[in-house]
Ligand binder design. Structure first.
Ligand code: NAP
Length: 259
């Protein structure tokens, strides 16, 4: 299926590893020139080279902290008018809410709510003017079903979800869609971090925690990041212009609700 986005440009945040990298790769395979963002410059450049080699598409690497104003300004100075925006940053820390102070909450809200909103604000007007834009926010299954060790994620991402639900209905008339992709358990470094916390809480080994998570998932496995990347690329396709304001769960059927 040709997604008809060859020659388009994209900013993909949090893209040196894991789900963001998979989104950048899937978009690059469709011929989209991607600007990828992460803090560690070495890892990011290696990823840029890997995507270039695999796809032959232009990849620009911008090493910065996307949760800071300076970082966002750096990315936007390199790619000021992207056709596609994928927002993502690391997930907040795990733990018990009794241990979190105001600064901990503000950091989570900054990374997982205010940063995507700032990036949308900086890019959406141009997308509307040109009558094409695709915005995908990587959020979490925690938005639909809270995860007990991830109270910061449950809270901060719900704020973004509510905001997007409103804005997405205002931009779609100009062929600018805004959707959220909600990962369940995918095999990434982040999953290992949360598995380590589950292991500490339960007294099990990390391997056992991961085996339990595979067994408990209706699919009998964890997600492959590339499955996530391809779903992201689909939402960015020219023919996905009637899908907006949605929260698409990719979790192997783990969430048990009918809807
Ligand atoms: P990951 O493997 O840890 O990758 C995170 C990526 O984001 C890395 O490239 C990292 O590079 C970059 N990053 C982190 N903080 C950043 C910042 N402040 N500025 C710029 N780049 C930053 O994580 P993942 O599994 O792909 O997860 C992506 C998102 O989905 C996270 O928000 C995570 O909480 C959420 N999620 C993941 C799962 C899962 O199973 N994997 C499930 C639910 C939700 P640097 O560290 O070099 O900056």
């Amino acid at each position: 299926m040709d997604l008809q986005i060859r020659g388009r440009t994209a900013i993909v945040c949090g893209a040196s590893k894991g789900l963001g990298k998979a989104c950048a790769l899937s978009l690059a395979k469709e011929g989209v020139a991607v600007t990828i963002v992460a803090r560690n410059a070495q890892v990011l450049e290696a990823t840029a080279q890997e995507i270039r080699a695999l796809t032959g598409t232009a990849v620009t690497a911008v090493a910065c902290d996307i949760t800071t104003e300076a970082g966002r300004a750096q990315v936007l100075s390199v790619t000021p008018r992207p056709d596609i925006l994928v927002t993502n940053a690391g997930g907040p820390k795990t733990g018990d809410f009794r241990d979190w102070d105001r600064d901990t909450w503000l950091a989570a809200i900054d990374a997982n709510m205010l940063t995507p909103i700032a990036l949308i604000k900086a890019t959406v007007d141009h997308m509307q003017q040109q009558r094409f834009g695709r915005i995908v926010n990587i959020t979490s299954a925690a938005v639909k079903a809270p995860i007990d060790i991830l109270g910061l994620s449950n809270g901060a991402r719900s704020g973004l979800t509510g905001f997007v639900a409103g804005l997405a209905r205002k931009t779609v008339r100009d062929n600018v869609t805004i959707n959220n992709l909600l990962p369940g358990p995918f095999e990434t470094d982040r999953l290992l971090e949360t598995a380590a916390q589950w292991a500490r809480n339960s007294g099990k080994s990390i391997d056992q925690v991961l085996a339990d998570r595979r067994a408990a998932n209706p699919a009998g496995r964890l997600g492959d990041p590339q499955e996530f990347g391809d779903a992201c690329a689909f939402l960015c396709g020219a023919n996905a212009g009637f899908i907006t304001g949605q929260n698409l769960l990719l979790d192997g059927g783990l969430y048990p609700g009918t809807f």
